[in-house]
Design a protein around this ligand. Structure first.
Ligand code: SME
Length: 137
């Protein structure tokens, strides 16, 4: 699985680039669908380690995006019922799905320690990042 390893290294570099250059991006990672199972697996990421390496479809912000196929911008994570807390410092979150041949294969997930950190610009930018990443699959 040499090709998968190379791809994961590229994804990790993308996470690093985003986290280091955008000051309100505090945790940056990818989740991908586990084959045909209705669950997400944590892929490359930077930031605090998380216990949530497997997320069932429907659960948390990530699990909801796996089902809705829509961007999910959360200005205040504490105001969300269906939310999986990874760190007490996180205040807002954005999850943008990634598509290959129209199929939702995963997502990029970004946490911020800043309240209401994400705008339309982040959505457009992360859609672009995901389109580029999708070409690796
Ligand atoms: N907060 C996410 C879980 C993943 S962590 O942010 C890394 C959620 O509610 O799905």
């Amino acid at each position: 699985h040499h090709e998968e390893k190379l791809r994961d290294e590229k994804l990790l570099q993308i996470c690093r680039l985003l986290e280091e250059n955008i000051d309100y991006y505090d945790w940056v990672g990818f989740y991908f669908r586990n084959g045909d199972k209705e669950e997400l697996l944590l892929g490359p990421y930077v930031g605090e380690p998380t216990d949530h390496t497997v997320i069932p479809f429907g659960k948390g912000i990530c699990g909801q995006v796996a089902v809705s196929n829509q961007n999910f911008v959360v200005p205040d994570v504490h105001a969300q019922d269906n939310y999986i807390a990874c760190s007490i410092t996180v205040k807002s979150e954005i999850v943008v799905p990634m598509f290959v041949d129209g199929k939702n294969i995963g997502q990029i997930d970004i946490d911020s320690n800043v309240l209401d950190a994400f705008t339309d610009l982040d959505e457009r930018f992360l859609e672009f990042v995901n389109e580029e990443v999708a070409k690796l699959f």
